[in-house]
Ligand binder design. Structure first.
Ligand code: NDP
Length: 397
């Protein structure tokens, strides 16, 4: 029925490609394109079921993406390259009149700044062109945003407090590694923390606020308040929220490595001259850290990500917790990647399915919580990420 172009052949690209290849009734033709052709070819060979074409593209270059789109003529582009490529790929979609979907908001390379303003600014142009852009359709953002929309639709008259809780209780056996692109990950978690309270943003020092939270089937874990991009769109789209926060678990060993990386200047994103060449320390660090796409083999344990929500239903106070636990081993068995790539790639594939089958439609730029959550929630378990819910339990928050 529809052709899909996937851009980016990392851990997430591998899962998206594998899942699209499993569903030929929707994704009739699949093209996987990225900066390094050999990575696309390896994915096609290993998980493509003989259904994936490959191409080389530098997605920083709008003309190259336009040429590829004109050659392949997809109904949708799934962008799972890096956040830096969001705008050039959106420009190419605008020029060619093709729908767009991604899993992370645009970041300028020279400044670690997480906000939707740049992509929201495309709304009118996408609308006029008669196409849609779906922003943030991974797990968080993505499933957490859809969980929130589902809670608003089925469980609350008014939501007052939202806590997104993201636990990775997995063990990859390495002293230090990041679960997705190290450059993007380290930029994100070394930022100041930020949360929404009573109509304004409150800023904290990095990892200043810590709580021990209990995660289903995992138990207690140190959880730190950090800023995460979906908070920005969720407080806009659910204005009854008086408080919205995001918590992520980090082990002490991980935080120690992170502190050392920062203290010795390896987290810097400004260029330094090394033997006459400009080197960005964080970009260089990425090359010596383990490749997140290859962590999967000995990764054991689970992730647990969900939303803990308080509010009012029928005049009564109510709490609601909705979550998914995902096993690193099972993710690896199925797709050859660990659970962080898996939990991002599966929703991106299902979001693409929602667009291509017309379950989600609209013209302009949208965050995923703006669509009907029901068809997505109905299917996400079937594709590998079943969810659980609990009503009127102690949320610990
Ligand atoms: P990786 O670094 O493993 O993969 C990124 C891929 O993009 C690589 O294949 C890379 O090519 C390619 N790429 C980079 N620059 C370009 C370019 N200019 N043109 C074409 N291709 C390019 O990252 P992940 O797979 O871990 O993550 C992919 C995306 O998913 C990121 O944006 C990340 O932020 C997002 N993410 C979202 C999550 C969510 O829950 N919403 C969670 C985890 C990740 P090369 O191989 O040559 O380097």
């Amino acid at each position: 029925m529809s052709k899909v172009l996937i851009i980016g052949a990392g851990g997430v690209g591998r899962v998206v490609a594998s899942k699209c290849a499993d569903n030929p009734e929707v994704f009739t033709e699949i093209m996987l394109a990225s900066r390094t052709l050999s990575k696309c070819e390896a994915i096609a060979r290993e998980v493509g079921k003989g259904r994936i074409q490959t191409a080389q593209v530098n997605a920083d270059n709008v003309a190259e993406v336009v040429a590829l789109i004109n050659r392949f003529k997809p109904g949708l582009v799934i962008n799972v390259a890096l956040p830096y490529q969001d705008l050039p790929i959106m420009d190419a979609c605008l020029e060619t009149g093709v729908n767009y979907l991604d899993t992370a908001n645009y970041e300028p390379k020279e400044e670690a700044k997480f906000e939707y303003s740049w992509q929201w600014a495309y709304h009118d142009r996408f609308k006029e062109k008669g196409i849609m852009a779906v922003l943030g359709c991974g797990f968080d953002p993505g499933v957490t945003s859809i969980y929130t929309a589902y809670a608003a639709k089925h469980h609350f008259d008014e939501m007052h407090a939202l806590d997104i809780v993201d636990c990775n209780a997995g063990d990859h056996g390495k002293a230090f590694a990041t679960n997705f692109n190290p450059e993007i990950n380290i930029r994100e978690i070394t930022q100041k923390g930020k949360y929404w309270e009573n109509g304004k943003w409150v800023e904290t020092e990095p990892h200043e606020i810590k709580k021990v939270l209990n995660y289903p089937e995992i138990g207690p874990r140190d959880s730190y308040l950090i800023f995460h991009e979906e908070l920005e769109s969720l407080v806009k789209n659910f204005p009854t929220l008086k408080r919205a926060r995001f918590w992520m678990t980090f082990g002490q060993e991980y935080l120690t490595h992170l502190r050392v990386i920062q203290n010795i200047g390896m987290a810097r994103i400004d260029p330094v001259k090394y033997k006459g060449v400009d080197v960005i320390p964080l970009e260089f660090l990425k090359y010596v850290l383990p490749d997140p796409g290859e962590l999967g083999e000995n990764y054991v344990g689970e992730t647990s990500i969900g939303c803990r929500i308080k509010g009012i239903k029928d005049g009564q106070e109510k709490t609601y917790y909705v979550w998914n636990n995902c096993s690193h081993e099972k993710a690896y068995e199925e797709t050859g990647t660990q659970a962080v790539s898996y939990t991002t790639g599966v929703p991106a594939m299902l979001g693409a399915m929602m667009v291509l089958t017309g379950k989600w439609n609209g013209k302009g730029v949208f965050n995923v919580e703006q669509f009907d959550p029901d068809p997505f929630m109905e299917k996400i378990g079937e594709y590998g990420l079943p969810w659980n819910e609990a009503v009127n339990v102690d949320l610990e928050l």
